[in-house]
Ligand binder design. Structure first.
Ligand code: PEP
Ligand code: MG
Length: 584
């Protein structure tokens, strides 16, 4: 039966494929397709893992101390029984032989299927056995990880034949990932993956998970609340990334309609790609700088490909995340920054110092340790200033990389004059340390993000200390309106067009112009083509966004007359309901 689930649209386009349900704790399980002649090898790996776990459990059982509580033996017996559960074994075999999933993926897929059945049981005792099953599977996954398939082929995205979609069991169907939650680092891991679309139950439009999904340039819906409970493993699904809707088990008519939309989107993309070499000038000849936001040095080619004139935001925290607390040292960071700089072939690169915390935990396992109000806690520059040794490592790495190209240093989430002074003093100290070591380093322009209302309201103080400013609208909206940007329950109140937000953005741009210092916007607002005219009218001439958005924004720029937009933008600014004014 067809049904739809509504969420928030975060990355445009239509994806059609089979659902792969992944538990948040198992996203780091390897997902790749095997070749037909590897089926037996994968089945053997599974059998070996199962045999080893059986032996382990049996030994634990046999060696239980005499005074051990009797429940312990009973639990181990249940685990041994679950290990040989026919449904688990048969299902796993199906995923490997029929779908050519690698062993780990097959095992975690079938776990989701069986776990769902446990959830639906009436008997509370049986329902609780789900936890036991998960433990048994985790043990097997650990063994599989220790014995990887030597012949494994890397994950590649296979495109399926859309004509055959309803025929059933073909192997090459595109796959759509459905999960309750994914951290930004998890999402990044899927960059080169087999998945053609993503759906998560939680998350807001500008949550960092959504931001990374957008950078992958594949359709995604977040905040779909119960999607991961309603969708079953292997269901056919359509993601409508424009409307923020997930359609499950579509009828042939619906499928036809969406295949048509998919082709239309392809044509539109093709049309936009012709703007790659068109200069970014308004109709009245004003130059508008279109820069790229990147998460990793390897994103540089995509930025160049769409004609970005530099990187306006390199979110360096992605180098720090998902490493089980082992932070990158100065050398590793230096190498990464240098790679990004060289990747941009002489164009400027803005490296933002680490911004972990809030919805960007260093590690999934550390999430629970965060403060009760992580967005208001030890985040971004506060985290850096709390650990000067770590911060100095990063500053030295950036300064050294600046010897290889034009670098702007950007500091996130500053609010206090005291923080500004501490930051600049540490930057001086980093230079002195490099001088003392006799290591070469380059000049950097130093900028501050304006993403806390306090910063926007004391913008002149910021302009006295910094060479340039970059407005982080994602956080500026979150902190001005007191809306958690990652919480789908309040997503309807997250409003870039709230008069207070527009006032802070406009005043920051004006203050920068008054003293002749550059101001850009690097939040998601900059990459939203429906905001381009307004931002141009407010005087913005530098936009930084995901490479995937650059051409759509350029299309708006070249159609706009910036001079004529200025008085109109002032009217929007003064309106009680700017959104309505824009529509009217
Ligand atoms: C912002 O807050 O707008 C921004 C660009 O930073 P981030 O999204 O990484 O918090
Ligand atoms: Mg921010």
């Amino acid at each position: 039966m067809t049904f739809t689930v509504h969420g928030l649209a975060v990355a445009r386009g239509i994806a059609i494929g089979r659902a792969v349900l992944v538990a948040s704790s198992r996203v780091d399980v390897a997902h790749y397709f095997i070749e037909h002649d590897q089926i037996n090898t994968e089945l053997l790996r599974l059998r070996d893992a199962r045999d080893t776990v059986r032996q382990e459990l049996q030994e634990l059982h046999d060696n239980l101390a005499k005074d051990a509580p009797p429940e312990l033996a009973a639990i181990l017996e249940v685990h041994l029984m679950l290990l040989d559960d026919a449904m688990l074994a048969e299902g796993v075999k199906h995923w490997v032989s029929e779908r050519l999933y690698n062993a780990e993926w097959a095992l975690s897929s079938q776990l989701e299927v069986v776990a769902r059945q446990f959830d639906e049981m009436d008997d509370a005792y049986l329902r609780e056995r789900k936890g036991d099953l998960e433990q048994v599977v985790e043990r097997m996954l650990r063994h599989l990880k220790g014995h990887p398939n030597a012949m494994a082929i890397p994950a590649t995205r296979r495109t399926g034949n859309q004509q055959d979609l309803l025929l059933g069991d073909e192997v090459d169907a595109p796959l759509v990932l459905v999960a309750h939650d994914l951290s930004p680092a998890d999402m990044l891991q899927f960059k080169q993956s087999v998945f053609v679309g993503f759906v998560t139950d939680v998350g807001g439009k500008t949550s960092h998970t959504a931001i990374v999904a957008r950078s992958l340039d594949i359709p995604a819906v977040v905040g779909a609340r119960t999607a991961s409970q309603l969708v079953r493993q292997d269901d056919w699904v359509i993601i409508d990334g424009d409307a923020g809707v997930l359609i499950v088990n579509p009828s042939p008519i619906i499928l036809d309609e969406y295949q048509f939309k998919q082709r239309q989107a392809e044509v539109e993309r093709e049309r936009l790609s012709r703007l790659r070499h068109t200069p970014s000038l308004t109709l009245d000849g004003q130059k508008v700088e279109l820069l790229a936001n990147i998460e990793m040095p390897d994103d540089a080619p995509a930025a160049l490909h769409v004609g970005a004139v530099g990187v306006g935001l390199f979110r360096s925290e992605f180098l720090f995340m998902g490493r089980e607390g082992q932070l990158p040292d100065e050398e590793e960071q230096f190498a990464a920054y240098r790679r990004a700089i060289e990747g941009m072939k002489g164009l400027p690169v803005t490296i933002r110092t680490v911004d972990v915390g809030a919805d960007k935990p260093l590690d999934r396992s550390l999430k629970e340790e965060a403060s009760l109000n992580p967005a208001l806690g030890l985040r971004a520059i506060r985290w850096s200033l709390a650990d000067p040794t770590m911060f100095l490592n990063q500053l030295r790495a950036i300064l050294r990389a600046a010897a290889f190209g034009k670098v702007n240093l950007l500091i996130p989430m500053l609010a206090h004059g005291r923080e500004i002074r501490q930051t600049l003093a540490l930057l001086d100290q980093a230079r002195q340390q490099l001088d003392a070591r006799g290591v070469a380093y380059g000049e950097v322009k130093v900028g501050a993000m304006i993403e806390v209302p306090a910063a926007a309201l004391s913008v002149r103080m910021f302009l006295r200390h910094f060479d340039y400013l970059s407005i982080g609208t994602n956080d500026l909206i979150q902190y001005t309106l007191a809306i958690d940007r990652a919480d789908e329950q309040v997503a309807h109140l997250y409003d870039p067009l709230h008069p207070a937000v527009l006032r802070l953005v406009a005043d920051t741009i004006t203050a920068g112009r008054e003293v002749g210092k550059p101001v850009s916007v690097c939040g998601e607002m900059a990459g939203d083509p429906s905001m381009t005219r307004l931002l141009l009218g407010l005087g913005l001439r530098s936009f930084s966004m995901h490479p995937t958005q650059i051409l759509a924004v350029k299309q708006e720029v070249i159609r706009a007359d910036a001079n004529r937009l200025a008085p109109w933008a002032q009217q929007v600014l003064d309106a009680d309901d700017p959104a309505e004014f824009l529509l009217g």
